[in-house]
Design a protein around this ligand. Structure first.
Ligand code: FO1
Length: 322
């Protein structure tokens, strides 16, 4: 393991908002949060096509948050958006249940144009992130097509149909990561996992955001093989999801809705569970699963709360010599 504690290498496995906020925390906490120090491997199972454009919501949420141009209130999209294009699209008969702002649309136009020129999603993402001033390395988990499909009581639907159009109100009976079996990790993904000193599973939805990442052949194995200290941050605090449908999804799929339920999912994959102070009483049962436990404030409010959580995780890794 490459270990210099002044310049630890951090790799974060991330979905949307929770992953983006913790990535922002590390970008602030690391002495030099450039591409060598911070890599964020991002889910693409939520990607969708709207109005002929390829939209990568989780990549964009992480990118905009790291660039500090995101809409903090919603967690996704850009600050100061306007919706003239969407209004006109509606007038022209398009279905506009997926809210795309005027400035956000520019990202999708550029991404789609470059993909059509034959460039890879990872290369296009790197260019977009650099253009917005993001210094960390932003990596889609794969350049290949991977789409999460959700089985609901009324049938199988595409991810954004479930999440946005149906407001994640359906019970989730099962998930398919379409394309995962034949997907290859994007360039840099396996290396980022292998070469990390600290590997963090973000407080993202374990089933909707993290599973599709791990479903790409080679990624779970790389997490298993890395010498990094591996930490998962619970997205469940006090029996509730910090954001989004994590609680309903855990329940629908028969898991306990608690930080302990999350720890059971990640047992064997990570060395440490990071849980909120509100769940301190679960530390014992989580340790019994064979994991170390970090108990701290995990609800990341503003930039300082995110950086504090990141520093706490770095300190834990430092204490254990990672
Ligand atoms: N989330 C919503 O709840 N409603 C939307 O209309 C919506 C549009 C949208 C557009 C671009 C983008 O990057 C994200 C967007 N999101 C929207 C968020 C997104 O659906 C979810 O955050 C993720 O896919 C779940 O991680």
């Amino acid at each position: 393991m490459s270990t210099s504690l002044d310049t630890p290498r951090v790799t974060l496995l991330a979905g949307g908002v929770g992953g983006a906020r913790l990535a922002h925390g590390f970008a602030r906490a690391l002495p030099d949060a450039g591409a060598r120090a911070l890599s964020v491997v991002v889910n693409v199972g939520d990607d969708t096509e709207r109005h002929g454009l390829t939209v990568s919501p989780d990549l964009d949420t992480v990118m905009y948050t790291l660039a500090e141009v995101n809409d903090e209130h919603r967690g996704w999209g850009l600050q100061g958006e306007t919706y003239a294009t969407l209004e006109q699209l509606a007038r022209l008969g398009e279905d506009t249940w997926f809210t795309l702002g005027d400035k956000d649309l520019a990202t999708h136009v550029v991404r789609t144009a470059r993909l059509r020129e034959g460039r890879r999603l990872s290369a296009v993402t790197a260019d977009l992130a650099a253009a917005l001033g993001v210094r960390a390395r932003l990596l889609p988990v794969t350049d290949d097509r991977l789409r999460t499909l959700v089985d609901t009581p009324s049938g199988r639907v595409a991810f954004q149909e479930y999440f946005v159009r149906r407001r994640h109100a359906d019970a989730v009976l099962g998930l398919t990561f379409d394309g995962a079996e034949s997907a290859r990790p994007a360039p840099g993904v396996l290396e980022a996992v292998r070469d990390a000193d600290l590997l963090v599973v973000a407080p993202s939805n374990p089933f909707l955001s993290i599973e599709p990442l791990l479903a790409v052949p080679g990624v779970r194995e790389a997490v298993g093989a890395t010498a990094a200290r591996r930490v998962a941050v619970s997205p469940i605090v006090g029996g509730q999801a910090i954001k989004g449908p994590a609680a309903q999804v855990l329940e629908s799929l028969g898991h306990e809705v608690s930080a302990l339920g999350v720890a059971r999912l990640y047992a064997g994959l990570v060395d440490v569970m990071c849980i909120d102070d509100a769940d301190a009483h679960l530390a014992g049962p989580i340790r019994d699963l064979g994991m170390d436990v970090v108990v701290t404030a995990t609800i990341m409010g503003g930039a300082e709360g995110r950086a504090r959580l990141a520093r706490e995780l770095l300190a834990d890794a430092g204490r254990t010599g990672a």
